[in-house]
Design a protein around this ligand. Structure first.
Ligand SMILES: NC(=O)c1ccc[n+]([C@@H]2O[C@H](COP(=O)([O-])OP(=O)(O)OC[C@H]3O[C@@H](n4cnc5c(N)ncnc54)[C@H](OP(=O)(O)O)[C@@H]3O)[C@@H](O)[C@H]2O)c1
Length: 308
C-alpha cells in the first residue's frame, strides 16, 4: 500500500512536482523541505534538516509513512566536487539514516539516483551494468544506493535524468535553454554529451505507478530515447516555436566545468517498461507536456507555493 507518502526534497525540482502528482492521486502527503519551504494545498509541510538524524527519526516515527520518496540531495555537481564532506553527509549520511529508520518503521524507501553512476564511455546502460562514477556527486549517489540496499528494508532505486519546472528560483537545463531563447540569446548545446532525459511530471506519474504495482528493486526510469544536449535544445526550440538557429553546437570540453562528467549516460528502460506494461515517454512528448504545463498555468502555480 502507498497511501501515506513522505517526500524529502519537496522544494526541489522532482520533489515539488512529485508532491503535486501524489496529491492528485489522492495520497496523504508530507512534504519535507529545508531552507526553501513550499506550501502545497492538501499536504503537510515539514521543515527539517535531514542531517539531524534524531529529528529525522522523530518525523518518521510521528508521521508513519507507507513510503518515503527520498528526493533530497546536494545536486550541484561542481559545488559537490569542492565540498566532499558536506556532499557525503547529505547524499550518503541522510540516505543511510532514512534507510535504517524506514526499515525500523516498516516504511518502504524510494531512493532517487542518477545516470551519472556510470562512467559514460559506452552509454545505453542496463541495470545489470557495472557502475563507475567519475565525480564526488556521482560517487555519493552510488554510495547512497549501496546504503539503501545494505539496510535490508523494502526499497525502490530509480536511476534517472530529469528536467521540468522548478518552484524555487533555480533553473535546470530546459528552463535555462527556454529562457535564453526567449530573450533572443544564443544557447551553446553540447554535441558531445548524450542522455535520456525525462520530464519530472512523467517520472512522478511512473513512480506512483510503480508503487501501486508494488515494484521493488533497481530500475532505470528515463526517457525512451537518448539524444545529445544539443539535439534536446533544438527540439525544445521547435516545440516552443523559437529560433533553432540560436542553438549553437558546442563541446562540453570548452565549458570550463570543474568536475569530470560522463559523456554518454543513456539508459535502457526495458525493465520498467515491461513491469509497467507501457513504453517510456520520448523526448518530443516530454517537451510537449513541459510546454503544456506552462500554457495551463501549472508552472506558475508551482512558483506560487513559495513561503507565505
Ligand atoms: N536534476 C537532475 O538532473 C538529476 C538527475 C539525476 C538524478 N537526480 C536526483 O534526483 C533527486 C532530485 O533532484 P532535484 O534536481 O529535484 O534536486 P534539487 O532541485 O537540487 O533539490 C534538492 C532538495 O534537497 C533538499 N535538501 C538538501 N539538503 C537538505 C538537508 N540537509 N535537509 C533536508 N533537505 C535537504 C533541498 O531542500 P531546500 O531547497 O529546502 O534546502 C531540495 O528540496 C536527487 O536525488 C538527485 O540526485 C537529479
Amino acid at each position: 500500500m502507498a497511501n501515506r507518502i513522505l517526500v524529502t526534497g519537496a522544494s526541489g525540482l522532482l520533489g515539488a512536482n512529485f508532491v503535486l502528482a501524489a496529491l492528485q492521486r489522492g495520497k496523504e502527503v508530507a512534504a519535507v523541505c529545508h531552507v526553501h519551504p513550499l506550501f502545497f494545498p492538501g499536504a503537510e509541510t515539514i521543515v527539517a534538516d535531514l542531517t539531524d538524524a534524531n529529528s529525522t527519526k522523530m518525523i518518521i516515527r510521528a508521521w508513519r509513512p507507507d513510503w518515503i520518496v527520498h528526493c533530497a540531495a546536494l545536486t550541484d555537481v561542481d559545488w559537490c566536487e569542492t565540498h566532499p564532506e558536506e556532499t557525503w553527509a547529505v547524499n550518503v549520511g541522510v540516505t543511510r539514516n532514512l534507510a535504517a529508520v524506514s526499515r525500523a518503521h516498516g516504511s518502504g524507501l524510494v531512493y532517487i539516483s542518477t545516470d551519472s553512476v556510470f562512467d559514460g564511455t559506452r552509454g545505453h546502460y542496463a541495470e545489470t551494468d557495472t557502475v563507475g562514477p567519475l565525480n564526488v556527486y556521482a560517487r555519493s549517489k552510488q554510495a547512497g544506493e549501496e546504503a539503501v540496499q545494505a539496510a535490508g528494508g523494502r526499497y525502490l532505486i530509480v536511476r534517472t535524468n530529469i528536467y521540468g519546472w522548478n518552484a524555487v528560483d533555480k533553473m535546470n537545463l530546459a528552463e535555462w535553454v527556454l529562457s535564453r531563447l526567449e530573450q533572443g540569446q544564443v544557447v551553446p548545446g553540447f554535441t558531445d554529451v548524450t542522455f535520456s532525459p525525462i520530464l519530472v511530471n512523467d517520472l512522478s506519474d511512473l513512480i506512483l505507478d510503480m508503487l501501486e504495482r508494488r515494484l521493488t528493486g533497481l530500475y532505470h526510469v528515463a526517457g525512451a530515447e537518448s539524444c545529445s544536449k544539443y539535439e534536446f535544445a533544438c527540439q525544445l526550440a521547435a516545440i516552443f516555436g523559437l529560433d533553432q538557429g540560436r542553438v549553437h553546437p558546442a563541446s562540453e570540453m570548452d565549458a570550463g566545468l570543474l568536475a569530470p562528467r560522463p559523456k554518454n549516460t543513456s539508459l535502457q528502460t526495458g525493465k520498467v517498461s515491461k513491469a509497467l506494461e507501457q513504453p517510456m515517454p520520448d523526448v518530443a512528448s516530454g517537451l510537449r507536456r513541459f510546454k503544456a504545463l506552462r500554457d495551463s498555468g501549472f508552472a506558475g502555480q508551482l512558483k506560487r507555493m513559495k513561503g507565505v
